[in-house]
Every structure is written in C-alpha cells, then in structure tokens.
Design a protein around this ligand. Structure first.
Ligand SMILES: [Zn+2]
Length: 247
C-alpha cells in the first residue's frame, strides 16, 4: 500500500508545478514531509523536446526537489478536460496517494489546459472524499486544496518563505533542459519564452517581488478559498518579520 503524501502538486504540463510551487515542494521535503508531483500530460505539444525527454526531465526535477512520488496521468497536451473520465482518473490517483494538501493551478490563466486542470482538480478533490463515488479505492479527504499562482495575478491568502531553497527550485526548473535550448538557428523553430537568454533569473524575480511583500528574500504566493483555522494565532501571527517591515 502506498504511504500517504503530505503534499501533492498537480500540474497540466511537466514544469508547471516546479515553476509555480517548486519552492514549497523543496521546503516541505527538507522539513521531512512526503511530497509528490502529478503531471497530467507529458507536454507533447511543447515547441521543444519530445514527451520522452519531458518525462526524463520531470523525473530529474522531482529527484532534485526531494519528491517521494512522481506520477503521469496520461492525458494529452492541449486536451486536458474536467470531464467525467478525467475526474475519475484523478480521483483514483488522489485515493492512491492520499495527500493532505493538494496544490492546483489557478483557474484564471493564459493557457486553457491550466484552467481545465484547475477545474479538474477541484472536482476530483471533492469526489475523492465521497464514499458514494464509485472506485476501486476507498474515499480520501484532502485536508486543503491550495491554488498556486500562475500567469494571472490573484490576491494571495498566504506566502511561503522559499529563500532557503531558491537555488534548489532553480535547479529543478533547469532540469527541463529541452525547454531552455536555443535551437532557433538549428531547426528553424521560434524561440520560446523559456529559451530566451536570462529567462530563469527574470522568472525568479517574481519570488523576489513576493518576498518584498511579505518580508523575506524569496516567497511563493498561494490562495485558499476559505480562511484557515489557526490553532495558535499568537505564534503564527508573530512568526516572520513585523508588519511594518512588509511592503
Ligand atoms: Zn503548463
């Protein structure tokens, strides 16, 4: 029987989870939690890299982040859907992996697959908890569904300080070597956003901006639908920098 996960990050394409939530995944691993990544597709429609390369790169990225589990749902890039069969597939994976916390994409994003994945994960988390939802595996209740920040801004519910693991996150993203190749001259394909010189540092400046907002060097922003219950509010609210240092 699979040992339960503490944190499961779900992304539509290999590299989505690393780019949006890689810091928290690395941090959770360092804190002794069991973490995993579920890639819904293998990124078959990507400008660069074959699906075999993306799988190998995702496996290396998961190793760098210290994940115990990496799964591929076998959906097709560009066809991520929240239809019945897709929900049933993710319900089964949630019931198998038993995550306490699930990280999902933001429902508003430039990429239709990301938006579909967000709806799909929301439905699957709901139905995975219902005894009446038929499956070979018993019901599993996810404690908290958390939305990661994608390309569209949202008002975060909380930040996670990822300063201590920012280099680890960077290495996990760079594991996707095929996405960083500048092959425009060799094969005539256009440069993608990721293959432009200096992309990774520009991209990580987002965590620097969030760090500025919450008073640390690098942070990732997350959103939850309902306010979390604090068991020790004094401890939680007095951790980290004082409010007057936050911009
Ligand atoms: Zn993506």
């Amino acid at each position: 029987m699979t040992e339960a996960l503490d944190l499961l990050a779900i992304g539509a394409h290999p590299d989505d989870a690393e780019m949006t939530s890689g810091g928290w995944i690395c941090l959770a691993g360092q804190q002794g939690y069991r973490t995993g990544v579920l890639h819904l597709t293998k990124g078959e429609m990507g400008t660069h890299g074959t699906s075999e390369e993306r799988v190998a790169e995702a496996t290396e990225a998961a190793r760098i982040m210290g994940c115990s589990v990496i799964e591929f749902a076998g959906m097709l890039d560009g066809r991520v859907s929240d239809d019945f069969d897709s929900v049933a597939l993710v319900v089964n994976l949630l019931r198998k992996l038993k995550p306490k916390v699930v990280l999902a994409p933001n429902e508003r994003c430039h990429h239709p697959d990301h938006e579909s994945a967000a709806r799909l994960v929301r439905k699957a988390v709901h139905f995975a908890s219902l005894n009446g939802y038929e499956s070979d595996l018993s019901a599993h209740r996810v404690q908290r569904l958390v939305t990661s920040r994608y390309s569209q801004h949202f008002e975060p519910s909380f930040y996670v300080d990822v300063s201590s693991v920012i280099e680890q996150k960077k290495q996990a993203i760079l594991a996707y070597k095929s996405q960083f190749q500048t092959v425009m001259v060799e094969d005539g394909k256009p440069l993608t956003r990721m293959s432009k010189d200096g992309f990774i540092d520009q991209f990580l400046s987002i965590t620097g901006m969030f760090g500025l907002k919450c008073g640390c060097r690098h942070a990732e922003a997350y959103r939850v639908e309902s306010a979390p219950l604090l068991l020790d509010p004094i401890k939680t609210l007095s951790e980290g920098p004082a409010q007057h240092l936050i911009r």
